[in-house]
Write a protein that binds this ligand. Structure first.
Ligand SMILES: Cc1ncc(COP(=O)(O)O)c(C=O)c1O
Length: 472
């Protein structure tokens, strides 16, 4: 079933790939929603029309619609057309809860983005210009499945040097950010059960469980990172980890657990998906090297330019075990990679040292922000910053007796947007109330104001009356 087909009436173009008609149809519909081709609220063809156009049994379409409705992608009401759900796919971080009377958002401490105002525009423009001047006409054709070799070579050099990754250009796959890297990894691993950290990025859970339909298990997380010793109690054949700096708790995976998870992978034939999203940013001592170097045949290493440069570039990379490389072309037939020009520009920036210079500049600036945040919070009774000095986010334990929702609402009244730890908890994992503060998010001129509002909010809720007082 490789042929593209077009439904009549409503112009819905779906490509069914792979065996299993219902699964292929579900996948094609999810892809269409995720890519925005089917917008929220869009009407779908009737089951009869779609079945006729695709040459499948009507029941196949009825079942696919039913399952996607149960998963929240579609809505259907008796007597009316099936439609794409209003919030079927939300690529941005969870919106913060704004209480009544919230001021317009002027300050943002949600995690997820670096300081976008510091994007190296001149260096990027120069790299792009140079790349364009030197690109052969062939380089502007469809990029190869693994990405342009110029970028893969530059990444192999950088990852080996900066992150200790065992990387060779022929093991690298360039992808549209980590999000797509994770989707590719899942597709390569087939229906394997994936263990997910009990706290993590909601979008990544959605990619594993909903977009690629992988069975998932939960791994508890404590002060030593993911409790990987529990992997054997699950049916998992793969595990998604943030070993350098657990997201969002901020702790590194304890050294003995690094060994433990590698032993599990070797013994069980398992795969570790290593999300090295902010490994470049470690402020207290030398960065912890990539786990991948310990067992390159059992680890899918994943990196991204979203924290070092900007998420808008949608540039990321995987380093794959040799046995998985052969299947990448088939996956690329259904999901496209990043623009050839952006790939060439990043290769140029890595090659001319501009990337390293930018990372060093950002590291210094984020380190100062981290230290200022910690100093400011240390003056608030009952509040505490947890996690190592690294990355772009910090976990702030709340004063006793306070809930995340009330702190978030109180901050919103001051024009400050925050995320609580609950929005990153899988299966409503119980936890002590905390905030996840993305201290890289505000532009430099707004950082002091954002921290002042955070401190004022925490002081208010820590005070015996808990009521708002005058302040920023
Ligand atoms: C845990 C984690 N991994 C990876 C990423 C980067 O994702 P992407 O490369 O898709 O922008 C983020 C971004 O917020 C993240 O929080």
């Amino acid at each position: 079933m490789q042929k593209p087909r077009t439904t009549s009436g409503l112009d819905l173009h779906l490509v069914l790939v792979g065996s299993g008609r219902r699964e292929s149809l579900e996948r094609a519909l999810r892809d269409a929603v995720r890519s925005g081709r089917l917008a929220p609220g869009a009407r779908l063809p009737s089951t009869r029309a779609l079945a006729r156009d695709l040459g499948v049994a009507r029941n196949t379409v009825v079942e696919a619609y039913g399952l996607l409705a149960a998963e929240g992608w579609l809505t259907s009401r008796p007597g009316s057309a099936t439609r794409v759900a209003a919030h079927a796919f939300a690529p941005r971080p969870e919106p913060a809860v704004a209480g009544p009377g919230a001021r317009p958002v002027r300050f943002d401490l949600r995690p997820g983005a670096p300081d976008l105002a510091s994007f190296p525009r001149r260096a990027w423009t120069n790299a792009l210009q140079r790349a364009l001047q030197e690109a052969s006409p062939a380089a502007l054709g469809y990029p190869p499945a693994q990405g342009l070799v110029e970028l893969r070579r530059a990444l192999a050099d950088y990852l080996g040097r900066a992150r200790g990754v065992d990387a060779a250009a022929d093991r690298i796959v360039v992808c549209s950010g980590f999000a797509q890297g994770l989707e590719i990894a899942c597709r390569l691993l087939g229906g394997t059960t994936v263990a997910l950290e009990a706290f993590g990025h909601r979008r990544h859970r959605e990619i594993v469980e909903t977009a690629t339909g992988m069975p998932a298990a939960t791994l508890p997380v404590d002060d030593g990172g993911a409790v990987v010793g529990r992997l054997r109690e699950t049916a998992a054949g793969a595990v998604l980890l943030t070993p350098a700096h657990q997201f969002p708790l901020g702790v590194p995976l304890a050294p003995e657990r690094r060994m433990q998870v590698i032993e599990w992978a070797r013994e069980a034939g398992g795969v570790v998906i290593e999300d090295d999203y902010d490994g470049e940013f470690r402020y207290d001592r030398r960065a912890v090297g990539a786990l991948q170097a310990l067992a390159p045949e059992h680890v899918i290493y994943a990196g991204t330019a979203s924290k070092t440069l900007a998420p808008g570039l949608r540039l990321g990379w995987l380093v794959l075990p040799a046995r998985l490389i052969g299947d990448v072309s088939a996956v690329r037939e259904v999901i496209d990679g990043p623009s050839a020009l952006d790939q060439l520009a990043l290769a140029e920036l890595l090659g001319n040292g501009g990337y390293d210079r930018h990372v060093r500049r950002c590291r210094l600036s984020y380190r100062q922000r981290h230290d200022r945040l910690v100093a400011a919070i240390s003056g608030v009774p009952g509040a505490r910053v947890r996690g190592v000095a690294a990355g772009l986010q910090a976990l702030i334990d709340l004063p006793p007796g306070r809930t995340e929702a009330e702190v978030i609402a109180s901050a919103a009244a001051r024009g400050l947007t925050l995320n609580g730890l609950a929005s990153f908890a899988r299966d409503a994992t119980p936890h002590a109330p905390a905030l996840v503060a993305g201290y890289a998010t505000p532009p430099a001129h707004a950082f002091s104001g954002a921290v002042a509002r955070l401190v004022a909010t925490l002081r208010d809720v820590a005070s015996p009356t808990g009521g708002p007082r005058a302040g920023p």
